[in-house]
Design a protein around this ligand. Structure first.
Ligand SMILES: NC(=O)C1=CN([C@@H]2O[C@H](COP(=O)(O)OP(=O)(O)OC[C@H]3O[C@@H](n4cnc5c(N)ncnc54)[C@H](OP(=O)(O)O)[C@@H]3O)[C@@H](O)[C@H]2O)C=CC1
Ligand SMILES: O=C(O)C1=N[C@H](C(=O)O)C[C@H](O)C1
Length: 246
């Protein structure tokens, strides 16, 4: 049995994770922790893997506390920068064998969309990203869109592509945030859940790759896969693609 504790357990994702763990074979729910509760209650005596879905402002300190306790961590919360990950990498040096796995997105559709987009990137002069989410989301652009922008930029750079053409002379914000040279646009609309479009353009043609998570259940197979894989890859790793046969 894998004993799984959930941090952010009362949140939208946390509630789904609690239910998914309860229904999963060979897993049992250990502790559930939310804002204001004592995360140090999670220890190797009661937990094998902690799943963290809280808020971007709290996630780093939660992960650091969990690493200090000595449990494997699966993280879905957004807001992870290289600087924050370096802090966790340094902490992990004191705990060889422990794993911290961060996934900007656990939905197979979105992971594949980014994978396909990275393959397409070198064939198109233009690329932009549109992410669309529910209006209760606190961060923009989404962690997924940031991750996709980095992947596209890396693919373009590896192929020696020039900057994306854009002759905009005045911009009151309508052109979105520029991430590694890629324009990223965020839509917040009641009724939506989590959606991403990657648009590519050449003279006379367009390719659109789109992934839709209509319901948070879409993230659960990925979360459970990451829990099952916890500890197989010591140190910090990022992205569900690593666990898929891509
Ligand atoms: N990787 C992926 O596939 C996915 C990632 N996400 C990301 O997951 C995160 C959570 O999303 P969502 O569930 O919608 O957000 P919610 O706001 O619904 O849930 C967050 C929960 O964390 C709690 N919380 C706040 N501070 C702490 C803390 N210090 N310690 C423990 N718990 C805390 C909140 O409590 P309170 O409300 O009282 O503050 C709330 O219950 C976001 O960053 C989101 O972008 C979302 C979907 C999929
Ligand atoms: O807040 C959300 O809902 C989501 N957050 C993640 C992100 O910012 O990429 C993953 C998914 O898009 C849902």
């Amino acid at each position: 049995m894998i004993r799984v504790s959930v941090i952010g357990a009362k949140g939208r994702m946390g509630q789904h994770v609690v239910a998914a763990v309860r229904n999963a074979k060979y897993m049992e729910l250990a502790l559930t922790i939310d804002a204001g509760e004592d995360i140090t209650a999670i220890t190797p005596e009661n937990t094998d893997v902690a799943v963290e879905f809280s808020v971007p402002s709290a996630s780093l300190e939660n992960v650091r506390a969990l690493v200090k306790s000595g449990v494997h961590v699966v993280v879905g919360t957004t807001g992870w920068t290289e600087e924050k990950m370096d802090i966790v990498r340094a902490d992990l040096k004191e705990h060889p064998g422990l794993s911290v796995f961060i996934a900007p997105n656990f939905a197979i559709s979105t992971v594949l969309a980014e994978y396909f987009a990275a393959q397409a990137a070198k064939y198109f002069e233009s690329a932009e990203i549109v992410e669309l989410h529910h209006p209760d989301k606190v961060d923009a652009p989404s962690g997924t869109a940031l991750h996709t922008a980095h992947a596209l930029a890396a693919a373009r750079q590896a192929a020696g592509m020039p900057n994306i053409p854009d002759n905009t002379q005045t911009d009151g914000g309508s052109r979105g945030q520029v991430v590694d040279g890629i324009h990223v646009h965020a839509v917040r609309l009641r009724g939506l859940n989590a959606h991403e479009e990657i648009l590519f353009g050449n003279a006379g043609e367009q390719l659109v790759i789109r992934a839709d998570s209509f319901d948070r259940t879409s993230f659960m197979p990925g979360v459970l896969l990451a829990v099952r894989k916890a500890g197989t890859r010591a140190g910090l790793s990022v992205g569900l693609d690593q666990y898929l046969d891509l």
